[in-house]
Write a protein that binds this ligand. Sequence first.
Ligand code: XUL
Ligand code: CO
Length: 436
Amino acid sequence: MPAFPNIPHIRFEGPESSNPLAFRHYDPDELVEGKTMRDHLRFSVVYWHTFRNPLGDPFGPGTALRPWDDGTESIENSQHRARVAFEFMEKLGVGFYAFHDRDVAPEGPSLAETNKNLDAVVVTLREEQERTGIGLLWGTANLFSHRRYMHGAGTSPNAEVFAFAAAQVKKSIEVTHELGGEGYTFWGGREGYQTLWNTDMRRELDHLAKLLHMAVDYAKEIGFAGQFYIEPKPKEPTKHQYDSDAAACLNFLRQYDLLEDFKLNLETNHATLAGHTMQHELEVAAAAGALGSIDANRGDLLLGWDTDQFPTDIYLTTQCMLSILEGGGLAPGGVNFDAKVRRESFEPIDLFYAHIGGMDAFARGLKVAAAIRAEGRLEAMLRERYASWETGLGAEISAGKHGLASLEAIMLEKGESAPNVSGRQELLENIINTYL
Ligand code: XUL
Ligand code: CO
């Protein structure tokens, strides 16, 4: 029995279509800069929000109607839910999904039983992946929901909690490997602090790095060659998360000699919470050669928390896709919809509308970004702005031919630097708007 009997496979119908269950911009086979949209965007559905989030909030319980789910923690229900997830993703036409270990299978009374539960559902996931050709973008371990992780996992003051987290990460990497996962993500979860009065920050950072090194070593041991990611977020659930933004993550990875093995998985709403734009985070990562994957969503600028809304703002998706194209693309990462429908959007069909909107917004952003690049006006203006570094004195400084004394001599002789030219911000913003 299909879970979505009245919903067809979602097809591309073009911008003129008024069918809400069709793509108006995402045509998977269309070539953009010589590559299919499918391969540029590598869309991925997240198991946690789309199949496990009951849509509760601090003031009321969940509202989601999920008629296929019997609400129990049984293996049968978990396996059935997995099949429904694949029916959804197949109809939507995405190539990937992502999950935490605890999203797909229930936690048992002991680690051994929990692992057995996970293995039982992984059998179904593998069957469904083979049946549909949908792949695992990345796996991860939930190191934040269970009460044992109240003080953190890798940064817990309790050494046995660290050990439990290590065991959970080991199993999650094994399962990700078994499912052919293309990556493995660490998001900080509770790796941060609520108060510095009880926190030995140096020790906690050392421990977190130790856990990541253990993961890298174990992946090599079992032949898992997927990309490791760290996902920045400044706060929530802790007051301060150690992985607070792209720059902080890069600094941490560099300090602990992990930069070789990790890239960043950037999330739009997390950038907003950090007081940055997503474009800023993408550029910081790309400049360090660490742009990995994105958790595509958006926040609400009037609210101070992680609302995880679906991305529909074309200006935002254009900025994302420009940075991504300039940065050389996302593969083996992807556009992972770490987003949830609103509590008021409780019907199963809302899951389709939400994802269709996000996919179309990114498809449009991709096409606009490619058009901007093809015309080359932005690129030309950028080149012109830095032209003084290409020849003469600028080129000499770049080549390391000067120090303070030689530059002083030149400026004493000249008396004043060359005049500046306008930054042209308004013109640039007008140019962007001509494409939208
Ligand atoms: C939390 C968040 C996580 C990670 C995976 O804000 O984004 O769902 O993406 O653990
Ligand atoms: Co995320």
